[in-house]
Structures are given as structure tokens and as C-alpha cells.
Design a protein around this ligand. Structure first.
Ligand SMILES: *[C@@H]1O[C@H](CO)[C@@H](O)[C@H](O)[C@H]1NC(C)=O
Ligand SMILES: *[C@@H]1O[C@H](CO)[C@@H](O)[C@H](O)[C@H]1NC(C)=O
Ligand SMILES: *[C@@H]1O[C@H](CO)[C@@H](O)[C@H](O)[C@H]1NC(C)=O
Length: 456
């Protein structure tokens, strides 16, 4: 949502709940901001210890192992994509990535959580978006920054947090709904780079490792085109394609949303949006199927003018397994550490039923709606999620709200709040213990293979 401009759509997304409901019912909503805050400071190391100890003793790579390391990947096929924009957006893409990986029977490469709006897509309705190649490479660049960045605050070296550290996908993995591998583990193997060295301050080899990672990233992003049976980098994006699954007679048909004549003339564009069945296009029998890595660009979609911007898979009546998976991922819980922190905040700090308001920076629509939305017995407790720092509320509607303290009691979480830092530390600690317990067995196979072939 964040990256798109909808003409008549409000950018405000606040959730109005009856104050009669119990606060615990409202918790999941409040967790979002907690999470966003957490992520800014949360750090943890992501590589399974056993793999790292193997990597530590490995020789420095001369060039990316891309494609030559296929043997070590144990015949496994992978799906990569390029997340972007804010956290909600990344979460929604992650769900679609799980679904796509399941449909195509590929191991999903679980990306890190990117900093808020560090990477932006552009606007699908305006047909103005980064190409999949550009997007993948930008994401790669940012990921390297995350790997390099150090969150001194927590005295933990590496500032990289995986989506699987914050969302709870353990049930999906144990039920074999999807196979996953962490991005950092994947690139350790694929690029032959020891991420632990990249993170460490002492390493004087850092810059050459980073160069290797960059080269590897531009290859994997598709800048050098597709590579034999190694990489299939999709060019399709929301300007040309709407992915469907298992709907009779839809594959190859025109989507109902097309660029209008005015836009075509003004911007000299000639895009035609086709509906394509993802399994028929990229599954068995296709060229894409042969590739070890299949790389999507954005997996963001949203309803638009009666259609979907990019992915129109809401049900799968003919494939019961996928139907169940669609239901399972419709709500993806956060990990227990975050859930309990949210409950603690609600019960110890807010202590009352509350409303949640998610407000984007300088959101003009807010002032038109808040009076008719924030109703109930006074004072009304509101948990505010916003990317406008509190020091900058002056002159905004948020200042008006906070001044009227008889009517409104505002609650916010800040990065340095004790609850946030404590939860971040808990997460980092438990992350190290539980890391990859839910990885598929194929990773174990890969690790064994690594030990015997690449890294010896
Ligand atoms: C899915 O992939 C796994 C691992 O590559 C393989 O063992 C399995 O047979 C595949 N399933 C189908 C239905 O193709
Ligand atoms: C990636 O980073 C490199 C070096 O930091 C920079 O030269 C390049 O322009 C960046 N590319 C993108 C797409 O951001
Ligand atoms: C907040 O205020 C500071 C200092 O006045 C300013 O530098 C910064 O750009 C503002 N940030 C936003 C997001 O408005």
C-alpha cells in the first residue's frame, strides 16, 4: 500500500474497534508499530552456528560461486523476490512469496526486514515502477547495508533481521507447507561469502567480501540476463502481468485494468496487462522451471479498479492444499516474544480498551475523519503508530490530539523504550537458539554437501 498512489483512496488506515471489546482482542493491531520500532534496533545473527563454523574455516572466495555451486544446493530449487516499502507491505509480499513458493514447489529464500521505505517500488496504477532488475538490485544493495550496519545500541554486531525472526512461520514449515532458507544462509552458499566476517568489525577483508557480494547480487538480480539453468530472473511486473492460479480459461487473457488512452499518449507507454497462470507459466514444463533460482521482483498487490494490481490469487478451489495454505497465511502471527510484549504494553501501560491509528507521515486525510472515528466514553485511549517523530508533531493534527488530553489519551512506543529494547534483546537471544530449527531437511543436506565440496 505504501508505495502506491490511489486516487480516491485514503492513506489512513486506522482501525476502529468498539471500546466494549476486551483490550487483548485489539492487541495484534498494536503489535505492528511495536514491531516497526523493534526492527529499527533489533539485531541478531542469522546464520546457523554450525554452518558458520564451517564457513569460518573456508578460504576467501575468488569470485561468486553463483551457478558453480549448484551441486552444493542439493538439487533444491529456490524462489527469491524483492520486498520493499514499509513493514505492512513487506509482510503482505512475504505471504504471497510463501504462496508462490508452495505453488511452484520451490524453497523460499526468506528476506531480511528492510528499513522502513528504504526501497520503494513506485506506482502501479501510473505504470511507473522500478523494473524487477532494478528493484532486486536495490534490495540487494540495501541488504548489504543491513548486514554491515551495526546497532551499537544493543551491543550486537550485525543489524540484520529476518522476516522469519519476527513472523511465526514455524507451523507452516513443520507442516511442510513450504520449505524455507534464510537469505543470509543462501548467499553464504551461493556467493561463497562468510557473512559472519562481513559483519565483524575486526575483519580487514571486509571490503573485498562486500565487492564479492555486490557482484553476486548483480548476477542474481538479473543484470547479466538469465544464466543457463541457474537463474531465471522475471521481467514481468504489475505493468504487464496479473498472476492467477488454477482458473479455467484465464491464462493469457487481458486483464480488465489497462492503461487508459490518455496515459498511453502522455507517457508514450504501450503496456498490455495479461492474466497469467503462475503454475502454467513458471511451473513444470516451462523454461523457468529448470532454473535453480527463480527471481521475482515485487510481490506486492492490491485491489485496484475491479482487478488486482499484480496477484489475483484469493482462492484455489481445485487445489485443496493451496486453498488451506491461503487460509493459513491470511493471518500470520508474530513470534511469541513480540506477542507477549504487545500484551504487556496493553495491560500495563494502556490499561484500558483502546483504538489504534496507523498514520502515515503528513497524512492529510486524517483531519477529515478523526472526529467521526474517535468516538466513545472519554478519555479515548489511542495507540498511535506513525512515522512522524514526536518532536515533529508541532503544527500537525497529532499536536491537536495530544493537546486535548481530557478527550484523548495517546500512547506511543519509542525505539528506546525499555519494553522495546528488552524485547529486542530477548528476540536476538532466542533467535540464536531457535535459528533454523524449522528449516527443511534439505538445508541439512546442503550443509553436509557444503562441508564436503565448497568449503574444503
Ligand atoms: C517438490 O520438491 C521436492 C524437493 O525438491 C521434491 O522432493 C518433491 O518431489 C516435489 N514435489 C512435487 C509434487 O513435485
Ligand atoms: C548499489 O550500491 C553501489 C555502491 O554502494 C552503488 O554504486 C549503486 O549505484 C547502487 N545501486 C543501486 C541500484 O542502488
Ligand atoms: C523533524 O524535525 C527535524 C528538526 O526540525 C527535521 O530536521 C526533520 O526533517 C523533521 N522530520 C520529519 C520527518 O518531518
Amino acid at each position: 500500500m505504501e508505495s502506491l498512489n490511489f486516487n480516491n483512496r485514503t492513506h489512513i488506515r486506522w482501525t476502529k474497534k468498539s471500546p466494549l471489546r476486551s483490550p487483548s482482542y485489539l492487541l495484534p493491531i498494536s503489535l505492528l508499530f511495536l514491531l516497526i520500532s523493534l526492527l529499527l534496533f533489533l539485531s541478531s545473527k542469522h546464520i546457523s552456528n554450525s554452518l558458520l563454523s564451517t564457513l569460518k574455516n573456508s578460504p576467501q572466495p575468488q569470485s561468486p560461486h553463483l551457478c558453480t555451486s549448484q551441486k552444493t544446493l542439493a538439487g533444491e530449487k529456490f524462489l527469491w523476490y524483492a520486498p520493499h516499502s514499509g513493514f505492512s507491505n513487506q509482510l503482505s509480499e512475504f505471504k504471497y512469496a510463501i504462496l508462490m513458493a508452495a505453488i511452484l514447489n520451490r524453497t523460499l529464500i526468506v528476506p531480511p526486514v528492510l528499513d522502513h521505505h528504504a526501497v520503494v517500488l513506485g506506482s502501479c496504477p501510473k505504470f511507473r515502477v522500478l523494473s524487477p532488475n532494478q528493484l532486486r538490485f536495490t534490495v540487494w544493495n540495501h541488504t548489504i547495508e543491513l548486514i554491515q550496519s551495526r546497532r551499537q545500541f544493543l551491543k550486537i554486531d550485525c543489524g540484520y533481521v529476518s522476516m522469519a525472526d519476527v513472523t511465526d512461520i514455524s507451523k507452516l514449515v513443520t507442516a511442510s507447507d513450504v520449505r524455507v532458507i534464510d537469505f543470509s544462509v543462501f548467499i553464504s552458499i551461493w556467493c561463497g561469502v562468510n557473512i559472519d566476517l562481513v559483519c565483524s568489525k575486526e575483519s580487514n577483508k571486509q571490503s573485498s567480501l562486500l565487492d564479492t557480494l555486490r557482484q553476486c547480487g548483480s548476477l542474481l538480480s538479473g543484470y547479466n540476463g538469465n544464466v543457463n539453468n541457474c537463474l531465471y530472473a522475471l521481467d514481468e511486473d504489475c505493468r504487464t502481468t496479473v498472476w492467477t492460479y488454477g482458473k479455467d480459461g484465464e491464462d493469457g487473457t487481458l486483464d480488465s485494468f489497462q492503461p487508459d488512452e490518455q496515459l498511453k499518449k502522455k507517457k508514450k507507454i504501450s503496456y498490455v496487462r495479461k492474466r497469467q497462470d503462475v503454475y502454467q507459466t513458471l511451473g513444470p514444463g516451462s523454461r523457468a522451471e529448470l532454473a535453480t533460482v527463480l527471481a521475482f521482483g515485487s510481490l506486492f498487490t492490491a485491489p485496484y479498479k475491479g482487478s488486482e494490481l499484480y496477484i489475483d490469487i484469493h482462492e484455489s478451489p481445485r487445489d485443496q492444499t493451496m486453498q488451506l495454505l491461503i487460509e493459513k497465511i491470511s493471518f500470520l502471527s508474530f513470534v511469541p516474544e513480540i506477542m507477549s510484549a504487545g500484551k504487556e504494553f496493553a495491560s500495563k501501560t494502556i490499561k484500558s480498551p483502546f483504538l489504534c491509528a496507523q498514520l502515515r507521515l503528513l497524512d492529510g486525510q486524517f483531519k477529515n475523519h478523526w472526529k467521526t472515528t474517535f468516538l466513545g466514553p472519554l478519555p479515548i485511549h489511542i495507540f498511535v503508530m506513525t512515522d512522524l517523530p514526536q518532536g515533529n508533531w508541532t503544527g500537525s493534527y497529532l499536536e491537536d490530539l495530544s493537546r486535548d488530553s481530557d478527550a484523548f489519551k495517546l500512547h506511543v512506543l519509542r525505539e528506546k523504550d525499555e519494553l522495546v529494547t528488552r524485547t529486542a534483546k530477548n528476540l536476538a537471544a532466542s533467535g540464536n537458539e531457535k535459528k533454523f530449527v524449522f528449516l527443511s531437511e534439505s538445508l541439512d543436506r546442503m550443509k553436509k554437501n557444503c562441508q564436503s565440496s565448497i568449503f574444503t
